[in-house]
Design a protein around this ligand. Structure first.
Ligand SMILES: Cc1ncc(COP(=O)(O)O)c(C=O)c1O
Length: 437
């Protein structure tokens, strides 16, 4: 074997010093890799990452009111309770907190979550649950477990951009079905499924966010949930139900989760994805996936390879959140706080967008987002750049489509900005659109 010497590695080059003098220095040259692109895996070569990230570089100016991020309000963080719980856990258990911990999750947290799910008519065992390091990790495990390149995933148009990127890592074919005002368009799913199955192209799974969907805020009603489940049984296709916003309902009746409906039928067709990010805090990066024991076991194997374990401290904070930090009171507080913001936002929209402007928007019953549609000739990517001049920001709708994006929509977050900022943001948006049109 040829072993390079120091002479091969270094080349002497002339360069200008910081004081403006020319100097001779040795630089590592000969064995430098010049082309990294050709070495990346096929899965990653074309992968561009999370496209939402690209707009955030425009938001550095503090005068810009951002309705772009999916951030819960820091006013809803239980800072006092969190400090207390944190101190308690560190005093009681600092040595185990500093250690590696079980891959599937801390048993204390798993027990607390099993109790939490019972409130929602979900009755599962420890073997049906893996703790994840957030909802995004749960999506990543799902994509890795099920998808080979070219496999089909069906989902709504629009849907959560983070799910699209997580699945895209495995290079599937994404088939989208337009979402309706009252949720998942089950009839169109059926037509498409029939067509695909006939061609021998059975999708690997259907991904949905039935409660206060990101980005539209739309909720899918009970009949449609049941009908979607029927499709899953008929065509033998799992449903991945992502539920980060389920407890953030501000009005109307809770609709049973597809997971619980499946359980009532004695089925095992649904995988549920959950996160503590929206209800507790995103900084803690903890969530959980539930489903058939074999699926969860396989997800746990993947987790072992990709992050090993979720930090015990973070899990302990979530256990405290569910058991000692006044959970019910906290949820009620969040619901009241966000309801007020949503109502104010909707009212200001009515005032600032008269019907002749041709702008429409969803009226969510919960969650953190609503979906605004502008006249078809407006491309919201371009409108975004204009809106920045008016010091207001949103997410252009394009990123929420797996393929053939629709360009005249925007996602609006109403949870993070203050009430004053929300009304000002709507006024700025209205002025901007009037001028742009
Ligand atoms: C539908 C949906 N799933 C998953 C996630 C990811 O959540 P997390 O912040 O816990 O990674 C989000 C976050 O916005 C979401 O809206």
């Amino acid at each position: 074997m040829h072993i390079p010497t120091q002479e091969h590695w270094n080349e002497t080059v002339t360069r200008e010093s910081s004081r403006g003098k020319l100097e001779r220095v040795k630089e590592v040259k000969s064995f430098m890799i010049k082309n990294w692109q050709d070495r990346y895996s096929d899965n990653i070569k074309e992968f561009q990452g999370y496209s939402i990230g690209k707009i955030f570089k425009y938001l550095n100016n503090p005068e810009i009111i951002s309705l772009a991020g999916g951030l819960p309000s820091p006013e809803m963080f239980q800072v006092f309770e969190m400090r207390l719980a944190s101190q308690k856990r560190l005093e009681e258990d600092i040595y185990t907190i500093m250690q590696y911990t079980a891959v599937p999750g801390e048993i204390t947290l798993i027990d607390a979550i099993l109790g939490f799910l019972k409130r929602d008519n979900i009755n599962i065992q420890e073997e049906n649950l893996v703790v994840t390091s957030s909802g995004q990790h749960g999506l990543d495990l799902t994509g890795r477990l099920f998808l080979n390149p070219g496999d089909i995933v069906m989902l709504d148009r629009p849907t959560f951009a983070g799910a699209i990127v997580a699945f895209q890592m495995q290079r599937p074919k994404i088939i989208g079905i337009d979402l309706q005002e009252d949720g998942v368009d089950v009839d169109s799913y059926k037509i498409k499924l029939e067509e695909l199955v006939k061609k021998g192209q059975k999708p690997k799974f259907i991904y949905v966010v039935p409660d206060f969907q990101n980005p539209s805020g739309i909720t899918t009603g009970l009949e449609k949930r049941k009908a979607l489940l029927e499709l899953s049984y008929k065509y033998d296709i799992p449903i991945v139900e992502d539920s980060p916003y389920r407890d953030l309902r501000y009005r109307g009746e809770t609709v049973p989760s597809i997971f619980s409906l499946d359980q009532q039928n004695g089925g095992s067709n649904v995988i549920g994805l959950y996160t503590f990010s929206k209800l507790f805090c995103p900084g803690i990066r903890v969530g959980f996936n539930i489903g058939p024991a074999d699926v969860i076991n396989r997800m746990t194997n993947i987790k072992e390879a990709n992050i090993l374990n979720t930090p015990k401290y973070n899990q302990d904070m979530c256990t405290e959140f569910l058991t000692t930090m006044g959970f019910d009171k906290h949820i009620n507080k969040c619901r009241k706080y966000y309801r007020e913001k949503l109502d104010l936002f909707l009212q200001t929209m009515e005032e600032c967008f008269p019907p002749e402007m041709g702008v429409t928007w969803t009226k969510p019953e919960g969650g953190l987002f609503l979906w605004v549609t502008v006249p078809e000739h407006i491309d919201t990517n371009e409108l975004f750049m204009e809106a920045i001049k008016y010091k207001v920001a949103f997410v252009p709708g394009e990123v929420f489509y797996g393929e053939n994006p629709s360009k005249n929509h925007m996602r609006i977050n109403f949870s993070f900005a203050s009430k004053e900022q929300l009304t000002e943001a709507v006024k700025r948006l209205s002025k901007c659109i009037k001028a742009y049109v």
